[in-house]
Design a protein around this ligand. Sequence first.
Ligand SMILES: [Zn+2]
Length: 302
Amino acid sequence: MSATELFECLTEQAPSAGPHVLVLAGVHGDEREPMVACRRLSRKITGHLQRGRVTIVPVLNRSARRLKTRVGEDGLDLARTFPGRVDGSLTERVAHAATELIHSADYLIDLHTGGRRYRLWPLAGFMLHPDAEILERQRQLARAFNLPVVWGTEPSPQGRTLSAARDANVPAIYVEYLGGEGCCRTAVRALAEGCLNVLASLAMIDHPALPTQTRYWADDSRPGAGHLQSSHPAPHAGLFAPAARVGELVHAGQTIGWVTATGSGERSTIFASQAGHVVCLSAPLPVEPGDGLAVVVEFQSI
Ligand SMILES: [Zn+2]
């Protein structure tokens, strides 16, 4: 099954040669803003691309989008399934087709939010690629996107779009922007604007450069540093109530939130394991034992 049978690709081709930039959204079906941002981006660049090619996939994981959930009907998380299999389940086939698309690109931007489960401080992230030139290009893409945080994390994770890009030496960034139900217009605008900023930094479009919004950065090569679902695990099942806010600077031992067991009413306090900014925070939702509730990162100021 070809890519176009599995997901829609919007392609804009400039009259002159230049890089091929791939923009993905909808890896997770409960992250609406990136999907809407892709439509906005497509409208903005139509007829205005000066060189190269842009391929935009507004909804990579149609099955998950139909269900409006993180994963699709086969229960696999597309962001853990790359490079996929040509003869596998639906999610595996989507991953395989998307991997081929990534191989055809010179740059990859993968757009996300925290979905229903998480809220994320707006950030552009990348893997700390072992090739210095690719690493530097990724850093430039992340800075050009122009969000408050630029975050480099260890390069070993498997199964992601960024894993496929890393293995093919395609410079790649992912972007996170808040999260929640519905569709936040500020997020849509910022995500589309960020892609335009990247295209402008590659001299593919004319787009006014705004003052930099990036205030913090970190290169964190510790294993699991970029893994958002395992930090500050819930000690037991219950309802999570956050005490901190996304983007808040907390000290080690500060209360981040509480988990209250539904039946017994037993309440556990979740303390920050280190000082830093709250990058990711669980929404006030029921949680299972071991669910990651928060990620705290020590950033450098720019
Ligand atoms: Zn996502």
